[in-house]
Design a protein around this ligand. Structure first.
Ligand code: ZN
Length: 472
């Protein structure tokens, strides 16, 4: 009886989850495959586990789930068989530094950022990202409302873990952010955001060790993880305090600053130390060992640090997504950096080695694109570029895909339902026209993005955001 009861409950939960997702015409405009039963045949799979690619595989989607994966599956009654010979599949990406904001397109710097409620959710889904963590917010209420609207099917976009605004002391000078002035205030902020419905916490450059202790304790008590783009606190100190995740690889690591004052951020000294320290320094290896032993995840946002010379203006190919004024600004900066970014190359090349060393040492390396800085990083396009850059860093194609799928899911504690192409998981998967097991840039031939078993048209989603990045 109890068993029957729990089965009924499970079925009710399943149907209510689907019932909540009532696609509006606005969302339906992008749908290629309504929810149903599909047998996708003869695909090459890179399944997100890190294992070798498999040719001639079928995927059976039933409702919002992957029912079966394997060669030569029989076509079940009522299922639509689709021959996908020559195409390839991978899991939907789970990316962890995906803001819904973008730098203002004002002529002068330091006017902060603008919310991209319209263009960014479309672009993330277009780029094959089915789940995001925002890793910092300027309009938490807007982010939460977008998450709900996407969940109900009102607008297209990825599933969201909405992160708090960056919790920081006075100093960073972003107009949209507030500041705390004590550890007690920091804990109050955490609880305030948790009460709003926020599900993860972000800390920033100028917090003290006591602030971080209070934040980690308050967040963990509310079942939320804490990530940081830090500077005043070293990675080692943050790991010892119990932070869950560090952002930007080793680019915000102040551990190597000679004579560093505690709780003080000096970004110039930090960059100098990173440029000076030898790539194979024992200090770096020791820090990596320490972070791995403390189980701190590291987010690579290496796409943000991609040099300019000989590289795309908008990495991933999204120049036309930009509002004219933003396009002009980004192009000017790119042109001015040609042949003058040798220091960027130096830092980038070191970061490539260190982030791979962290992974090779058993660390949980996760991925995020951070659409900020000078406007060159654009949601969706940047996600596919980051995947390519992991291969440039020396990862195999299955490893690069695993970092952008299973690792993100593992960090979010959702690996039992998303992150790989395996029977029993949610049908979040990408269909590329070209073979991604042979060339990672096949991600640019992405055609259909399945999210919760519904297929969306990648190109149409990209097109819908064209010209809007920078304004809405
Ligand atoms: Zn960021």
């Amino acid at each position: 009886m109890r068993r029957l009861f729990s089965t009924v409950l499970a079925i009710c939960a399943f149907f209510s989850a689907l019932a909540q997702e009532q696609l509006t015409d606005q969302t339906k405009a992008f749908v290629t495959h309504e929810r149903g039963n599909y047998l996708l045949q003869n695909l090459t799979l890179v399944d997100g586990t890190g294992g070798a690619a498999k040719a001639n595989q079928d995927i059976l989607i039933v409702g919002d789930k992957i029912e079966k994966v394997g060669p030569d599956l029989p076509v079940p009654k009522g299922a639509t068989a689709i021959n996908m010979e020559g195409k390839s599949a991978m899991p939907g990406m789970v990316m962890l530094h995906e803001h819904l904001f973008y730098p203002k397109t004002t002529p002068d710097a330091n006017y902060g950022v603008d919310q991209m409620s319209y263009s960014f959710p479309r672009l993330y889904l277009a780029g094959g990202v089915t789940s995001i963590r925002t890793a910092g917010s300027i309009m938490p209420q807007a982010d939460l409302n977008i998450k709900k609207a996407i969940g109900r099917g009102e607008v297209p976009g990825p599933k969201m873990d909405v992160t708090s605004p960056h919790i920081d002391r006075e100093g960073v000078g972003i107009f949209e952010l507030g500041a705390i002035d004590s550890p007690e205030g920091a804990a109050r902020a955490v609880n305030h955001y948790a009460d709003m419905g926020i599900t993860s916490i972000k800390v920033y450059n100028f917090i003290t060790r006591e602030d971080l202790k209070a934040i980690v304790a308050a967040a963990h008590a509310r079942n939320m993880k804490v990530t940081g783009h830090i500077c005043s606190i070293t990675y080692r100190e943050a790991a010892d305090i119990g932070i869950d995740n560090l952002e930007h690889g080793f680019f915000s690591c102040s551990d190597f600053v000679k004579g560093k004052q505690v709780d003080i951020c000096d970004p110039f000294e930090m960059r100098k130390a990173l440029l000076t320290i030898p790539v194979d320094s024992k200090e770096v290896t020791d820090l990596i060992t320490h972070l791995v032993s403390k189980k701190v995840a590291l987010t690579s946002t290496i796409n943000v640090f991609e040099p300019y010379t000989g590289r795309e203006v908008v990495p991933g190919g999204g120049i036309d997504a930009l509002f004219p004024n933003a396009k002009e600004k980004v192009y000017k900066r790119w042109a001015s950096k040609q042949g003058k970014d040798s220091l960027d190359y130096l830092a980038f090349n070191k970061a490539k080695v260190w982030e791979k060393a962290f992974y090779d040492a058993g660390g949980l390396l996760v991925a995020g694109t951070d659409p900020t800085y000078d406007g060159r990083i654009v949601a969706g396009y940047a996600n596919r570029r980051l995947l390519e850059l992991f291969v440039e860093m020396g990862f195999s194609i299955p490893e690069a895909i695993k970092i952008c799928t299973l690792h993100g899911a593992t960090y979010l504690e959702q690996a039992s339902s998303i992150g790989t192409l395996e029977a029993g998981k949610i049908a979040d998967l990408l269909i590329m026209d070209n073979d991604i097991s042979k060339d990672i840039s096949a991600i640019r031939s992405l055609n259909i993005v399945f999210k919760n078993g519904i297929g969306y048209d990648s190109k149409k989603l990209f097109k819908a955001a064209e010209g809007y990045v920078g304004i809405r």
